[in-house]
Design a protein around this ligand. Structure first.
Ligand code: UGA
Length: 433
């Protein structure tokens, strides 16, 4: 199929590249001409394992193209995916200016039937607005359909998630749209759920909110564990063995971050409020998530007493492993708060340091974890990169001023740490002194 993807950000690039890999002819459009120039020369603006190679392969095979000319890209495609950003507005709502602009521009450029698919995470009823906008500007009355096809990719494993999804959700209003999208996705051999557009839009909000709730739930349980001396990882294991619960997204820690959960939960709370429903449960999910960062900082204070002038080594900046994304990353908030209290910060992250340099001034970026630990009063772990799980902890102990590790992701075994002579504090597990 001829496909145009409008918005060459995270979702757009992964989706476009994977559709090309499946044998379609794909044009990825973006109004940022410099981004398109970079992509044309093989420079991928985001870090996603495997993406750069796959882009290069499909460009070589002449199935993937980059363009800043929306008009020609719309003309050539039968299926157009909208994957532009929907940033938070500050009042919890998503800013849909980009979606409206794209809908209007598509309407102006249409030359025949088009299927316009919203893939950006959008509030329920956006599909309706996209349809109305196109109707208003579609002066030549070309036929078109609007559909919703929410994206469930996780950063760091986006290609695998695209190629092997748990499900594909298609919100459609016509048989034509349904047939086009089911045949486009057929090669993936994944379960396809066909719904109306509004239900598809809500599936995305409800799924992300549910996952965030699962994380906040286990974080709340971890607080109780700490108070009675139980181990949250064992509790999670026992809960997860129940198939109705399952073990995924039950890792207690410093809380969720990233460009999706915090923004999507805010948006869902706001949408519900606008519709006259007070989604108190989700508000609490948000509060618990916020509290986890405070709880973590409190552990640092409890163990260092005075933070001012202490040197703290921070391992991990990205909001999770295998990405360089620091948007709403717990590490950034934690570092800013420690800095405000007068701590000297030394950090190391395998990927996210270039991005962090733009937002964190006056801290020391180190060449490896040992360099960060050298002469530090304690080591804190904020992102569970595999590299940190495999550290030489004997060597690490020699680098630190004192053997104190405060682990916000529970990556080490407490008993093992005790044997190594560490004071090891983690999340929701008995202290090992
Ligand atoms: C999330 C969803 O998992 C995707 O399905 C969705 O498509 C995406 O948002 C989106 O809306 O675009 P992502 O933000 O890439 O994906 O990251 P996740 O792997 O879901 O992790 C989110 C946060 O939760 C991370 O900060 C992670 O550290 C935290 N987390 C995750 C926990 O604290 N505990 C867990 O058990 C799991």
């Amino acid at each position: 199929m001829n496909i145009t993807i409008i918005g060459s950000g995270y979702v757009g690039l992964v989706t476009g590249t994977c559709f090309a890999e499946l044998g379609n002819k794909v044009i990825c459009v973006d109004n940022d001409a410099q981004k398109i120039r970079h992509l044309k020369t093989g420079h991928v603006p985001i870090y996603e394992p495997g993406l750069e190679d796959l882009i290069k392969k499909n460009v070589r095979k002449k199935r993937l193209f980059f363009n800043s000319d929306l008009k020609s890209a719309v003309k050539k495609a039968e299926v157009i995916f909208i994957t532009v950003g929907t940033p938070a507005k500050g009042n919890g709502e998503a800013d849909l200016t980009g979606i409206e602009n794209v809908a209007r521009n598509i309407a102006h450029c249409m030359t025949g039937y088009k299927l316009i698919v919203e893939k950006s995470t959008v509030p329920v009823e956006t599909g309706e607005w996209v349809k109305r906008t196109i109707e208003i500007h579609n002066h030549k009355k070309h036929k078109f359909d609007v559909a919703s096809n929410p994206e469930f990719l996780r950063e760091g494993q986006a290609i695998n998630d695209f190629m092997h999804p748990d499900r594909i959700v298609l919100g459609v209003e016509s048989n034509k749209a349904k047939n086009i999208l089911t045949s486009l996705y057929r090669p993936l051999k994944a379960p396809i759920l066909i719904t109306d557009i509004k239900s598809a839009e809500l599936i995305k909000h409800a799924s992300n909110s549910f996952l965030a709730a699962k994380i906040s739930f286990i974080n709340a349980v971890s607080e109780v564990c700490e108070r009675v001396g139980a181990d949250v990882t064992r509790v999670a294991q026992g809960m997860g063995m129940d198939k109705r619960i399952n073990e995924l997204f039950l890792d207690a820690g410093v809380g969720y971050g990233g460009s999706c959960f915090p923004k999507d939960i805010d948006a869902f709370v706001t949408i519900s409020e606008k519709l006259g429903y007070d989604f108190g449960l989700l508000k609490e999910v948000r509060e618990i998530n916020l509290a986890q960062k405070h709880n973590f900082i409190k552990k640092i204070e409890d163990n260092l007493w005075i933070i001012k002038n202490k040197t703290i080594a921070v391992l991990g900046l990205a909001f999770k492993p295998n990405t360089d994304d620091i948007r709403s990353a717990p590490a950034i908030d934690i570092i800013k708060r420690l800095e405000a209290e007068g701590a000297k910060i030394k950090v190391y992250d395998p990927c996210a340091m270039p991005k962090a340099r733009e937002v964190l001034k006056g801290i020391k970026f180190c060449k490896d974890p040992y360099d960060a630990a050298r002469e530090s009063d304690c080591l804190i772990i904020v992102t569970e990169w595999n590299e940190f799980k495999e550290l030489d902890l004997v060597r690490m102990k020699k680098c630190l001023k004192r053997p104190l590790i405060i682990d916000g992701r529970n990556i080490y075994e407490p008993q093992q740490m005790k044997k190594l002579g560490y004071k090891y504090i983690s999340m929701g597990r008995p202290k090992v002194l």
